[in-house]
Every structure is written in structure tokens, then in C-alpha cells.
Design a protein around this ligand. Structure first.
Ligand code: ARG
Length: 562
């Protein structure tokens, strides 16, 4: 049940017009009330003090079997809800909807494109790609769950002079067998070596190879496709481990033949300017440096391709929104691209959103992409899984399928580490903190799920079901937990609207904490009455369903035993 909507219904017309639903809060101290409406905003409207407004409203509004008490305190209008009614309502909803609990149809008929992960061919897939991959993956799943048509796009970095360099390096130092065997690592080494050792002659040769790729030369293109294949083969194994998928891998190269029409349109609309031989769009009136469209040698740029990309996506998918999950280092780039599209008269430019995020580094050594000294994402994941295996083995030596559990726990810790904080913050990842069973971690949440599963398994083993009929008088721990579980649907909406999966990650920790408080304070299998036992088991299953849905949407697996 949507209590906020219910409360809104009770309020006078003038207030509803103000959109009161979004103003309703959950007071930090449940003794005050379960929901509260701050009346400060209405002082102007009614020309009265907030305290008086709250008191008058409290007098006129009637309690009923959903809202059991309405009172005024210091400018707040507090609502107590009928706890048992609320519990019945929430539990039956969760236990009926199950893996659909939290899903909605709000996105019906709407399309969201999400550009994320967007790896660069023949370059390392490093820890810098962690956030875009898992943030994008989480947004993709959340939007889908909310009924949107989602299009996940990996805008491959597969265009540029570096591929000429790579071919040159391969011709001089490469070895097919080694490259097949060591894949992207071998390819990347060639690239790094080129940057260190290439002679002027090789540089010249590299430019020629790049030209050959561009002009469709067969051998050059075969090599290029092969490097791409080696990269993708590798990258896909990591996507599998992170549970991330894409609907399109149309990268920068895909737009090679789609840039000319954009250039023509820019020209036609009088937006292109000549500047030192190059073509630019002047953005000075908007307080930005010019957007470079063609270099003086006629080569296109990253921004040129992004203009063609946005137009192509609009034409192909007719999106309602197109998100770019890309680090904040590219803030200016996207501001420029979006502005140019706006100047071209694309009214949909307002639907393009740069979802920017901060840097991730490791506690034990900063990352550096220069000189091939890179922290590969795969190594971080594998190391975390290894450590997870150690931690679980210590905790539970008799556990079956330890490797499988360790994979879920280790990968979960990496994903959660990148998702738990507000996305714009820089993050320092620590293996020990991420794998702390008592911390605000995925392991803690996963462990809570395993705890729920174990209680339910025991009940099943002794032949107890939890088809509850009556809701008993509720302990505060029980009610607090139910209230938390009831928040999943609106949590998902706000995570999607703010492009902020951290809201969902925090929800997981809050719900797990509330469950554990309940678990410690209230006996489940040894409950005082049969009625209480059934109810508590139902609450345990509802917790498991809610947390499983939330973790799955974040891309984190849920072990049954830990
Ligand atoms: N490959 C780029 C990078 O690693 C990110 C591409 C993001 N997407 C885009 N449409 N520009 O920096």
C-alpha cells in the first residue's frame, strides 16, 4: 500500500495541489509517528504559522482503520498508521509478488538508452572501468524492472590512430600464437612497447596502416578485427562475472560513414567555423571552449562521432532519455556535445544525460595507466574472490560449494564497493573493508539472506508452514523491519530518477540491519505462540525476497548458505 498517497488523499484540496506527497517524511524517531508532513512550506499559502496549520489540520482530519492517530508537534503533522493492517498489507504483497516485488509499469511505452562500460579495443580493461560497468548495469536492470524498454549500449573505443600503431608493432614484434594465447595482455604489451620504442619510421608506418584501415584495406582490417575479437573475448568473461549485458556494441567506428551528414547539417545551419585550418563550433557565448569538429588534416574527433551517435540513437530507438555513464573527467565533452545538438535545433538534446561518477583507486597502490602499469579489473575481482574464499572458509569450514559462494561474495564485494557511495565521490577500494561481515557491505547483506534461508529451511524441515492468518501484536523490531521492506518500490523509483544505485545499495544495508535486530531480539522458531511463529517466518521470507530482488538488481548474487 502506498501510505503517502493515502495520506495525501485525506488532506485538503489546496494542499494536494502543492504536491504534498513528496513532502511527507519518515520521522527518525518512530515514537513521533510513522509518517510526518512538515507544514513550513504552507505558511505563506495559509498566512499562518506552521504550528497553527499543523494543529488545525490535526483537529479536522479523521483517523480511520489505516491511519490510527493524527497529531501536531511543532509544525509537523504526524501520522501513526494501523500497524497490524500495514503489516498484513505489506507482507501479503511481498509474498504474492515475490520476484516481481518492487517492479512497476511506470516506464511503459518509454525507452531509455544507456551508454555504459564502453571499453577501448586493445587497451586494458582496468579498474577505471569498474564504476561505469556496474553503475550502468544496475541502472539498466532497475529501469527494466520499472517497465522501461532499455537499450544497453557499449560504445566501443575502436577508432583512432592507435590501431595503426598496433599493426605496426605487431608486424615488428608480434607473434600470432602468443597473441591468441595471452589475448588482450599480449596485444596491450605491443601497444605499450610501441609508445616506448617506436622509431620515427614506425610512426610513419603506423599512420599509413591507420589510413589503410580507413580505406578498407583487407589485411589491415583483418588484423584490426582480430585485435577487436581478442579484446572482446576477454572483456566478455568479465561481463559474465559481473552479470552485465548489452543490446548493442555499436562503437565509434560504426559512425565512420555517419559523420558526413552531421557535418553537412552543421554547415547548412551556419554553425561551422574555420579556426586555424580546423572546423569548430563556437561555444564562447555559452562560456565553453569551442567544440572541435574536424582537425586541420580533416580527421574527425571524439566529439564529432558523439554527435553522429546521438542522432543515430534518436533515429533508431526514439529514446525518451539517453544516459551516458562516463567519468566526470568528460564533463566538458558532454556539455559541449549536448550544446551543439541543441544549437542544431534538436529539441531532444534536453533528454541526454551525462551520468558522471568519481574515480576508483585501490588502498594498496594508486592506479596508473601510463607505461602499462595498470590495475586490471580482472585482477581486482580475482583477488577479492580469493580473499572471500579465505574468509568464508574461516567462518564456515564445513560449507559446501565454497568456490561458488566465494565467487558471489567476492564479485559482490567489488560491485557493492563501487555502488555503495554517492556516485560522484572518489572511492578508495579496500579488500578488507569490502569483505567485512559486520560492515556496511554486500557480504553483510548476503550473510543476512543466508541467515533467512537457514531459518526457513529449518522450519520446512520440521514441517512448519507460514501461511499466517492473524497478525499478532507487533514488537517494535518487527514493525520497523516491515516498514523498511515496504520502501523497496519507492527506493527503486528514486534510484532510477536520480541515476543513483547507491540509494538501493543503502536500502539493502538498512533492511539487513533491521532484520538482524529483529532476529536477535525476537525468537522465530521458538516463538511464544504458533501464530507468532508463522508471522515471523513470513516476515523472514519477505525479507529474503526483498533483499534478493534488491541485490539482483545491483548485479550481486545471493548464496543460500554461507
Ligand atoms: N571509450 C570512452 C572512454 O573510455 C568512453 C565512451 C563513452 N561514451 C560516449 N558515447 N562517449 O573514455
Amino acid at each position: 500500500m502506498d501510505y503517502k498517497a493515502y495520506i495525501e488523499e485525506k488532506l485538503p484540496e489546496e494542499l494536494r495541489a502543492e504536491g504534498v506527497k513528496d513532502l511527507i517524511v519518515t520521522p527518525p524517531d518512530p515514537a513521533m509517528g510513522d509518517f510526518a508532513l512538515p507544514c513550513f512550506k504552507f505558511a505563506k499559502l495559509f498566512r499562518k504559522s506552521p504550528a497553527v496549520i499543523a494543529e488545525e489540520l490535526a483537529k479536522t482530519l479523521q483517523s480511520d482503520d489505516v491511519i490510527s492517530e493524527i497529531s501536531a508537534v511543532n509544525g509537523y503533522l504526524n501520522f501513526k498508521i494501523d500497524k497490524r493492517g500495514f503489516a498484513r498489507e505489506t507482507l501479503s504483497r511481498i509474498l504474492t509478488e515475490r520476484e516481481k516485488y518492487g517492479a512497476s509499469e511506470m516506464g511503459k511505452g518509454k525507452t531509455i538508452c544507456i551508454d555504459y562500460s564502453s571499453v577501448n579495443i586493445a587497451k586494458p580493461f582496468h579498474i577505471g572501468h569498474l564504476s561505469t560497468t556496474v553503475l550502468g548495469g544496475a541502472l539498466y536492470r532497475i529501469y527494466k524492472f520499472l517497465g522501461y524498454r532499455t537499450v544497453g549500449i557499449n560504445h566501443l573505443g575502436d577508432y583512432g590512430t592507435q590501431f595503426g600503431k598496433l599493426i605496426s608493432a605487431y608486424k615488428h614484434w608480434g607473434n600470432r600464437e602468443d597473441a591468441e594465447k595471452r589475448g588482450i595482455h599480449a596485444v596491450n604489451e605491443l601497444y605499450v612497447r610501441f609508445n616506448k620504442e617506436a622509431t620515427e619510421e614506425m610512426e610513419q608506418e603506423a599512420r599509413e596502416y591507420f589510413r589503410l584501415i580507413e580505406s578498407g584495406d583487407r589485411e589491415a582490417n583483418e588484423l584490426f578485427e582480430w585485435f577487436k575479437e581478442l579484446t572482446m573475448r576477454y572483456v566478455r568473461t568479465i561481463y559474465d562475472r559481473l552479470h552485465v549485458t548489452f543490446d548493442s556494441y555499436a562503437g565509434e567506428r560504426f559512425y565512420t560513414d555517419k559523420m558526413q551528414p552531421v557535418l553537412d547539417e552543421l554547415e547548412e545551419k551556419g554553425l561551422l567555423k574555420e579556426s586555424q585550418g580546423a572546423k569548430i563550433v563556437d561555444l564562447e557565448p555559452y562560456g565553453m571552449p569551442p567544440c572541435l569538429i574536424l582537425r586541420s588534416d580533416g580527421a574527425s574527433l571524439y566529439a564529432t562521432r558523439d554527435l553522429a551517435t546521438a542522432i543515430y540513437r534518436k533515429n533508431t530507438y526514439d529514446f525518451d532519455k539517453c544516459l551516458y555513464v562516463v567519468a566526470y573527467q568528460q564533463n566538458l565533452h558532454f556539455k559541449q556535445v549536448f550544446k551543439v545538438l541543441e544549437l542544431m535545433g534538436k529539441e531532444w538534446a534536453k533528454d541526454l544525460v551525462h551520468v558522471a561518477y568519481g574515480m576508483v583507486s585501490l588502498e594498496d597502490g594508486a592506479m596508473s595507466t601510463r607505461e602499462g602499469k595498470v590495475v586490471w579489473l580482472e585482477d581486482v575481482i580475482s583477488r577479492c574472490v580469493e580473499k572471500a574464499l579465505k574468509v568464508i572458509t574461516e567462518k564456515n569450514p564445513a560449507l559446501e560449494n565454497k568456490e561458488e559462494v566465494a565467487e558471489k561474495v567476492g564479485v559482490g564485494a567489488v560491485v557493492f564497493g563501487a555502488l555503495y557511495n554517492n556516485k560522484i565521490k572518489d572511492i578508495v577500494f579496500s579488500y578488507d573493508k569490502a569483505l567485512n561481515f559486520e560492515g556496511e557491505t554486500s557480504v553483510y547483506v548476503q550473510y543476512t539472506c543466508a541467515r533467512c534461508s537457514s531459518v526457513l529451511a529449518k522450519a520446512r524441515a520440521e514441517g512448519t508452514d507460514w501461511n499466517f492468518e492473524e497478525i499478532p501484536e507487533l514488537a517494535p523490531q518487527e514493525f520497523e523491519l516491515i516498514k523498511e521492506l515496504a520502501l523497496l518500490p519507492e527506493t527503486l523509483v528514486s534510484a532510477a530518477e536520480k541515476y543513483e544505485p547507491s540509494i538501493l545499495a543503502r536500502f539493502c544495508v538498512d533492511a539487513a540491519q533491521k532484520f538482524n535486530k529483529f532476529y536477535i531480539d525476537c525468537k522465530i522458531l521458538q516463538a511464544e505462540t504458533e501464530e507468532k511463529k508463522k508471522f515471523r517466518l513470513a516476515l523472514t521470507e519477505a525479507t529474503l525476497i526483498t533483499l534478493t530482488n534488491a541485490l539482483t538488481l545491483l548485479g550481486i548474487g545471493v548464496p543460500e548458505k554461507m
